[in-house]
Design a protein around this ligand. Structure first.
Ligand code: ZN
Length: 281
């Protein structure tokens, strides 16, 4: 029997970690492009990308996305990694700018944060009903697969609502965001609950997960054991292990690939990921 394929997504940058948190976080378009290529060579099938402005703050600036995607494609023509662009890279960005790069670049995937929440106990992360309807319809028009980020089970229920309304179309793909401040804590029990909630409300969906901070390894092993997919990278963790700063995103991808293979699965190639997630090329 063919081995089960597990998809590794790398999230190399995110909106928050700075060079002072870890000097190895890639920030500029060139740094991000080079890191994406190295991670692809190590087994990442999907790259979830955020941009930074020249001061290192998260930005939804379309030109930064364009430059980075252009660099990946021009410098590394052999790199067939699936690109998943964030729509939530700056909590102060308005709804128009949050989708402008998606309209322009038509990536294969983009993030879809299926509800609103407090963010890091300091701000509001707003995804209004109007924005979610707009994104869902736009992504359908452009053949962009939404990666539905669920920070708690209520966001899965919200996705089921939009599926029923036709704003989202099956099969859905979820990213369970575990252990974020103000979201569901990262534990195996909670991961099982997220998966079972998804199976009950949105049967036939695929899922991936990541754990922020100390639950990262538990979520990695949990994803593999429960038949999901995994996201790793410095968006979620600047520490590779307790007391040890990550040297690069590649280090995380290599560890995920080792765990997947030791378990008895194969690491999915980008084309295998496209098939598993029903991406339209
Ligand atoms: Zn992100």
């Amino acid at each position: 029997m063919a081995k089960k394929k597990t998809i590794i997504t790398v999230a190399p940058t995110g909106a928050w970690p700075k060079k002072e948190n870890n000097p190895n976080v890639p920030m500029t378009p060139t740094e991000i492009a080079d890191e994406v290529y190295a991670c692809w060579k190590a087994g990442a099938a999907i790259a979830h990308l955020h941009m930074r402005d020249d001061q290192g703050n998260g930005t939804m600036n379309t030109a930064k996305f364009e430059e980075t995607v252009g660099l990946i494609r021009s410098r590394y023509p052999d790199c067939d990694i699936v690109l998943n662009l964030t729509t939530s890279g700056d909590i102060h960005a308005d709804d128009d700018i949050r989708v402008a790069h998606v309209e322009k670049l038509k990536p294969e995937m983009a993030s879809y944060d299926c509800g609103s929440m407090n963010w890091l106990n300091s701000g509001l992360f707003i995804n209004s009903p109007a924005f979610l309807e707009r994104c869902g319809k736009l992504f359908q028009e452009l053949n962009v697969k939404p990666e539905i980020e669920a920070f708690d089970p209520g966001m899965i229920a919200n996705a089921a609502y939009y599926l029923k309304k036709g704003v989202l179309v099956a099969p859905l793909h979820f990213q369970f965001c575990m252990g974020c401040a103000n979201g569901i804590p990262g534990s195996m029990k909670n991961l099982v609950f997220m998966k079972e909630t998804m199976e009950q409300l949105c049967p036939g969906s695929t899922w991936s997960t990541f754990g922020v901070g100390h639950c990262a390894m538990e979520m990695l092993y949990g994803a593999v054991a429960l038949g999901g997919h995994i996201r790793v990278g410095m968006e979620d963790n600047v520490m590779y292990a307790k007391g040890q700063l990550a040297e690069s995103n590649v280090q995380f991808v290599e560890r995920a690939a080792r765990v997947i293979r030791e378990y008895g699965n194969d690491v999915a190639t980008p084309d295998e990921a496209r098939e598993i997630l029903s991406l339209k090329k």
